[in-house]
Design a protein around this ligand. Structure first.
Ligand code: JFZ
Length: 481
């Protein structure tokens, strides 16, 4: 570990998972200071033990697949010769596409290349434990069979199939969890739906087409809430996650409470922090970044793109390397969070090959090293994993955190995993908080014992000259406390 970097980064200290002693006593509230809500949500009333039971599978999973797929995959980032510079699923808003023109895309949507089997198999072989798919994004098009609104994939397209139903069946068969993303407030094609202002649009409503005018409460009661009800009722055991998004100022506590009433009927459901109306939900959702120190005391999930868009854009080839993606997953796990990694199928329903290739690489690494990720807790070390910029701000508005890539650590029971990126043929740490009783490499199937010494607080482990995996080789320490 580099001395210069250590001295700059003294500000960063991780809470060790062992010292995070949540009140686990039977009966103690999961949230001791809940916000007053018109309708209390499950998070306001449950005990810490109930919260732990409800979140257990999600905390163990660590790795999920986000799918952004909808009509926007047809323009694929380009409308009448103009290319959007923003994320693909926002094209209708960014290029001010009239409602009638956008809705007409449905007639051409025939994603015959979509295979629920293949997508679920891809998620599984990548080591992902759950999938979250856009059931309706801000464009208002439902990717499921909806009686509440005809602008949907079954009623309005030549495809006439419900991909959510097919995914639910495959997820059940292949043993993986399924969640639904739903844009509850923004809807750019339903009268009264909210729109975040971008470009030269109405400053108050965000609208750019008279067809968007209407009452938000009508939209909420005639489309949003009925569709959320359909999603909760029609997929037998799924969704296990509801992923809300962009509440906008329209989601007042009273309006959000109407949705909470529905959610409360499903006591195992997990939902994120983007419902609005001051509801905290279950999970923090840092987007396109990994928080420097996680969210102590909260469950969290970094959602990230593989290139620079969520919805398919034909000309976005800025794919992250497999190395970056694997290291991001490790970095997130070392801070106690989940990685929700996005794919953007095209208008035929096919996952772009560069995305498939990267997920396969991640799967290969996870097959050998998944033990160091699944069901683990955050690092027990106080070693800094990067430095805060003095000048740049990050996505959360705080000083930008620039990670360094030497190693990370995760913990499970008496095992401490060290995921080593920068291989030096030995491992040294100044402050090892536990007694080490043995050391080996996870990728060495013989688990050949490695020589180590503990002097004072310091630990040194002799490693082979060559890394077993150039992306990350996992050193396992057996420890006693
Ligand atoms: C939202 C969506 O708008 C986007 O299309 C995508 O679905 C992503 C996962 O979620 O993106 C956001 C949401 C909130 C902010 C920025 C982008 N924000 O608060 O700055």
């Amino acid at each position: 570990m580099n001395l210069l970097h250590r001295s700059i980064a003294t500000g960063l200290l991780f809470a060790s998972s062992a010292s995070l002693s949540f009140a686990q006593l039977q009966g103690s509230k999961a949230d001791p200071t809940p916000t007053k809500h018109p309708v209390p949500a499950i998070q306001d009333t449950e005990t810490a033990a109930q919260r732990d039971a409800r979140m257990a599978w999600w905390r163990d999973a660590r790795f999920g697949m986000f799918i952004h797929w909808g009509l926007y995959s047809i323009p694929a980032g380009e409308w009448k010769g103009q290319r959007t510079t923003h994320i693909g699923e926002w094209i209708m808003n960014d290029l001010s596409i009239p409602v009638a023109d956008y809705k007409a895309l449905a007639k051409q949507f025939n994603p015959t290349g979509f295979s629920a089997h293949d997508i679920v198999a891809l998620a599984k072989s990548s080591g992902m434990k759950y999938i979250v798919i856009t059931s309706k994004h801000h464009d208002g098009f439902a990717m499921f069979d909806s009686k509440a609104d005809p602008f949907n994939i079954v009623a309005a397209t030549p495809y006439h199939r419900d991909p959510l139903k097919e995914l639910a069946e495959e997820c059940r068969k292949q043993g993986i969890k399924l969640g639904f993303y739903y844009s509850q407030a923004q809807d750019w094609t339903a009268p009264g739906g909210a729109a975040i202002v971008r470009g030269n649009h109405d400053k108050v409503t965000g609208h750019w087409d008279k067809a968007q005018d209407g009452s938000f409460d009508d939209y909420l009661h005639k489309k949003s809430i009925p569709q959320i009800k359909e999603l909760l009722e029609n997929y037998k055991g799924y969704p296990v996650v509801v992923w809300f998004d962009t509440p906008t100022k329209m989601m007042t506590p009273e309006r959000a409470a109407e949705i909470v009433k529905l959610l409360n009927k499903y006591p195992n459901l997990i939902w994120n922090n983007r419902l609005g109306g001051t509801y905290k939900g279950d999970t923090e959702t840092p987007e396109q970044y990994i928080p420097a120190q996680g969210f102590p005391g909260r469950d969290w999930e970094s959602c990230m793109t593989i290139n620079d868009t969520w919805g398919y854009k034909s000309f976005d080839t800025n794919f992250k390397s497999s190395e970056t993606l694997i290291r991001n997953l490790i970095d997130i796990a070392s801070k106690g969070g989940n990685y929700l990694l996005n794919i953007g199928p095209d208008s035929k329903g096919i996952v772009p090959q560069p995305e498939v290739d990267r997920l396969h690489d991640m799967g290969k690494w996870m097959k050998v090293n998944g033990e160091a990720i699944y069901g683990t807790s955050a690092t027990i070390f106080d070693t800094p994993t990067g430095t805060f910029s003095a000048t740049e701000k990050g996505r959360d508005g705080k000083p930008k955190f620039n990670p360094t890539w030497e190693w990370r650590s995760t913990t499970k029971g008496n095992k401490v995993y060290i995921e080593i990126f920068d291989w030096k043929g030995h491992f040294h740490v100044d402050r090892m908080p536990r007694k080490v009783t043995g050391a080996y490499l996870l990728a060495d199937s013989a688990h050949k014992p490695l020589k180590f010494t503990q002097k004072g607080a310091a630990l040194d482990v002799d490693l082979p000259a060559q890394a077993l995996d150039p992306v990350a080789t996992v050193l396992v320490l057996n420890t006693t406390r």
